[in-house]
Design a protein around this ligand. Structure first.
Ligand code: ADP
Length: 615
């Protein structure tokens, strides 16, 4: 049994060794470039290819890269390919690559020409070359491809579909290298049909600078189709996309390309080869080869143009309508609308504006409601005030009756006297004349009482006018003098003008009410002390009027209460006079208050704002 153990142990060791050798030995891949690693379109295909290969490969990748620089030296590449073959063999002296990848047509043709001397037992992957570029060369059973195929007329037809007014198209390609010559011929043949519709300008023999000058001078309704330029008309290699970028900078005409390397950097877009799609397709085939599939068994599926893609900014710039784009198009780089960019800020602002509008309209309607209510309350106040005037008039009826009766009595006596004189045989004309004068005076006096009573009771709307408070006071005193003499009325009117804005009748009513209250308060006062004093003055920015009496005064705790509606201490009182007075004064933006005097009796003050300050 010992030998079995020994065999098993030996086998395990061998397995372990094989395993550790596998782990230490990554898959060697030889990546061959046509011009150099930085030529279009491979400069945008190779990086994603490397990445995808490393990601998908079963083992770590040991990548060797070499460029067939010879192709860039014009139409006749060095026929002496031997040293380059030796160099590649020298690159891997004792180990052959697990896979050779030929990137682009020039290097593909080189490898196929020299396949027998270039690791013939290693599988070859022809990547991203159009099938037409190598169809004259035979593939071995160890070769496969992930090629491209397309029809150049697609681009011109597409361009004219988007920009139907175009009458001049630059085909930016040269014939300066062998491959470019191949493509130039192919394009010229393919686009013959298009040249009947538009003028095609070929850059076949132009130096890079001359191409840029031509682009700068392009007439209106021109467009540029840029397949790729690797070597210019003078044989100068053009690395990367530098020349295309110079065309873009000129900004003279819309530019269309056949690969998407500068998509998003100033080209319009359309159906293009996608660098990533090509890189992925080739990486997948490469991985199958690394996994041991026989190259000859892998079905060759050419990669075509990707679904059309457009740069929205370019569509806007050249006035290309979305409706003209082919079905299945995708638009990129669409600039967000102001709404998309600032949606929440706009929404917030709108919300604030709406809220403000709502608030303002609510405030306005509230203001309107208040104004209406104010007007209504003023009307009611005016009506109530009128009722109160009637009431005051009622209270004054006895005085009025007395005042009217007196002149009427005098008139009667005088008339009877005149009658008696007239009956005498020789009437005294002079005396009769005096009697008539007396009758007329008494009549006027009675009339005056009635006139003033009427004016007090007129139904007038609340009306603010420029007044002098002194005038209002004087008129009220005159009225009171006309209707009654039972109470002494003392008035001290300031010589200063007291201009105010107010309603004459209502202010008169307030003063009258204060005087009437003063008279009431002095019912029990001795006749000689029944004096109501009225005084006007200017206090700072106010016109002031006070009415005082020598009556009973007001209990201290009632000084404010007397202005409340229905507060009365009188048997027949209504308790509305002072309440209405306060409403009237407040409607004039003024103040009214009561005090007791040290010498006895009450004093009522009214303060109204002066309209303009006297000089
Ligand atoms: P009314 O005269 O119908 O009672 P007012 O509102 O004019 O209604 O007056 C309310 C009350 O204020 C009076 O009943 C009285 O008690 C008191 N009052 C008003 N003026 C005076 C005054 N000059 N002296 C004393 N009390 C007064």
């Amino acid at each position: 049994m010992k030998w079995i153990r020994r065999v098993c142990f030996g086998g395990m060791c061998l397995l372990m060794l094989a395993k550790s050798a596998d782990a230490a030995d990554p898959d060697r891949v030889l990546l061959l470039h046509s011009f150099g690693p930085d030529f279009s379109p491979w400069n945008t295909i190779t990086p994603p290819f490397r990445e995808a290969l490393r990601k998908l490969a079963p083992n770590p990748i040991d990548l060797y890269e070499a460029s067939l620089q010879a192709e860039r030296f014009g139409k006749s590449p060095a026929r002496e390919e031997g040293p380059f073959i030796d160099y590649l063999n020298a690159l891997m002296p004792d180990r052959k690559p697990r896979l050779i990848v030929a990137m682009g047509a020039p290097v593909t043709r080189f490898v196929l020409r020299n396949r027998a001397r270039l690791f013939p037992s290693s599988p070859l992957l022809i990547a991203t070359s159009d099938v037409r570029t190598y169809e004259d060369l035979a593939l071995t059973a160890n070769d496969t491809a992930c090629p491209t195929i397309y029809d150049p007329t697609v681009h011109i037809d597409h361009l004219l579909r988007l920009l139907p007014d175009t009458d001049h198209i630059v085909v930016a390609m040269t014939g300066a290298s062998a491959t470019e010559q191949f493509w130039n011929d192919l394009f010229q043949r393919a686009l013959q049909r298009s040249s009947r519709r538009v003028t095609l300008e070929w850059f076949t023999h132009l130096a890079a600078d001359d191409m840029v000058k031509r682009v700068a001078a392009l007439p209106a309704h021109s467009a540029i189709f840029y397949p790729t330029i690797r070597v210019d008309g003078r044989g100068v290699p053009q690395e990367g996309d530098a020349l295309l970028l110079r065309f873009i900078e000129e900004d003279r005409a819309p530019i269309f390309t056949h690969t998407d390397s500068l998509f998003g950097h100033g080209i319009v877009g359309g159906p293009m080869f996608s660098s990533h799609e090509m890189a992925d397709a080739c990486a997948k085939v490469a991985v199958r080869l690394l996994n041991g599939e026989t190259p000859g068994d892998i079905k060759i599926v050419p990669v075509g143009l990707a679904a059309p893609r457009y740069d929205w900014r370019q569509l806007q710039k050249w006035g290309i309508k979305d409706s003209l784009l082919p079905p299945g198009s995708e638009i990129f780089f669409r600039e967000p609308t102001v709404w998309e960019r600032y949606s929440w800020q706009i929404a917030l602002t709108l919300a604030v504006i709406l809220a403000q509008t709502g608030l303002i309209s609510a405030m306005l309607s509230e203001r309107r409601r208040r104004q209406l209510a104010e007007v209504q309350s003023r009307q009611r106040m005016a009506e109530l005030a009128r009722v109160m005037r009637f009431s005051t008039a009622g209270e004054l009826t006895a005085l009025i009756a007395h005042e009217i009766n007196q002149p009427l009595g005098a008139i009667l006596t005088n008339a009877e006297t005149a009658q008696a004189i007239l009956k005498s045989p020789s009437p005294d004309i002079a005396e009769l004349n005096e009697i008539v004068v007396d009758i007329l005076r008494d009549d006027r006096r009675a009339n005056e009482v009635i006139r003033r009573m009427r004016s007090l009771l007129t139904k007038a709307p609340f009306e603010l006018k420029s007044l002098d408070l002194n005038e209002v006071a004087r008129e009220t005193i005159e009225f009171l003098s006309a209707i009654g003499r039972q109470v002494g009325l003392v008035s001290v009117i300031t010589p200063d003008a007291l201009p105010i804005i107010g309603d004459r009748i209502q202010l008169q009513q307030v003063i009258l009410n204060l005087v009437a209250n003063g008279i009431d308060a002095m019912k029990d006062t001795s006749t000689e002390n029944r004096i109501v004093s009225m005084r006007t003055s200017r206090v700072e920015k106010f016109a002031e009027l006070s009415v005082s009496d020598l009556g009973s005064g007001i209990p201290e705790d009632k000084l404010k209460e007397v202005f409340e509606p229905f507060f009365t201490s009188k048997a027949e009182g209504m308790g509305m006079g002072l309440s209405i007075a306060r409403t009237i004064i407040e409607a004039h933006n003024g103040q009214i208050w009561a005090e007791n005097q040290a010498r006895g009796g009450a004093v009522f003050h009214i303060r109204l704002p002066l309209a303009t300050l006297p000089d």
